[in-house]
Design a protein around this ligand. Sequence first.
Ligand code: PMP
Length: 463
Amino acid sequence: MTLDLPANPNAAAVAADRAHVWHHLTQHKPFETRDPRVFVKGQGLRVWDAEGRQFLDGVSGGVWTVNVGYGRARIAQAVAHALTEMNFFAQTTGSVPGAQFAEKLISRMPGMSRVYYGNSGTEVNEKAWKMIRQIAVKRHGGRKSKILFRERDYHGASITALSACGQGQRVRDYGPFTPGFVEVPHCLEYRAQWGEGDHAGSYGERAADAIEEVILREGPDTIGALCLEPITAGGGVITPPMGYWERVQQICAKYDILLHLDEVVCGLGRTGTWFGYQHYGLKPDFVTMAKGVASGYAAVACLVTTEEVFDTFKDAPEDEMSHFRDISTYAGCTAGPAAALENMAIIEEENLLENTRNMGDRLMDNLRALQENHAAIGDVRGKGLFCGAELVADRSTRAPLAEAQVQRVLAECQARGVLIGSTARAMQGLNNTLCLAPSLCVSADEIDEITSTLDQALTRVLG
Ligand code: PMP
């Protein structure tokens, strides 16, 4: 189906985009001879570009964000109401939507109690690290200020977030970086780094013990926090191996290290529970979230923490420096929490967590079936509607498929009307993984359309 548009009504906008907009993560040279893509309409999981071409979006707005799908008028109406009533006042004060969303969010996060608002994933991660540094000063005379991050994880685009980035392509050229961030090894079992040796445990336990080795090397009294994605997203859709998280939680407790979980992708239902960490029974000190919080209908991000952390900042009220000294202007805009509240209501009313679990199982089953017919699919992994298929040139050596080939597979899917993503650029030949993460309201037919299109594209490109 193509959208019934009058002849090129968006031609002027496309020309203006080509002349003046600098797109994210994009090499613009090709646009000297052709137009960039401009999307003009979305409904459900379908999007239309300015040329009237229709696509089934298999990655929720390109970056696993539009959890409840496109065209949700009720979110737009809630935002309009909030903005008309009281659009903004600095977050040094409260707002009705801000208070309502915080209460609702906390009710789905047992053990957590405080919400700190921001605008993007990068920003709330940095806010968590500022809190961690300040806690180090308050509790440990400033010693426990280092923050551990993991190879292949990503936490944002600012210089400090890149200081905690485990993906080479994102980091190159942008140093010098913020000191005090230390990398720990990844836990991707398909690309296992450790044999059994004299370690009797599972691969997950060995991968977690590799974190402990870094802690001992650096000195436990210098480490304030461990920051991890519950399931690594752009680094290859890495689901943790069995036994990993239990051991990580033990290690944090043993060395008095705060656990910061970056749920920017996993949060708000993507994996079939409200948060990714809830699959593993974890007790984090900080949870940060952004993309799915308002499904792309407004810019809102949250840092959620415990009452214990919060109380630390109430000590010495007579000291002008004892509270958390941080602000973001637009965190005071009510559009964000108003959209987030409505987004959560949709997830609940339409049972989208359950749909995510069911449709996620179907997607994984379909991918496993494709793996039987396509030697290039070396590994499939995922949880809920957060799935990856790692492409290899040779199954026995597990050599990654060349990036150009991965891009051709994506282009063939697009030519057939389905958008999917990949980690090939970010991972630079380390794990070239296709990313499939449709909106949580996806239907069985749409799942089958995504995987049958991928089947055709793989056949076309790789035989
Ligand atoms: N953390 C993770 C796990 C992410 O995937 C991203 C964005 N892709 C971020 C943080 C940064 O979020 P933002 O782009 O909203 O700053």
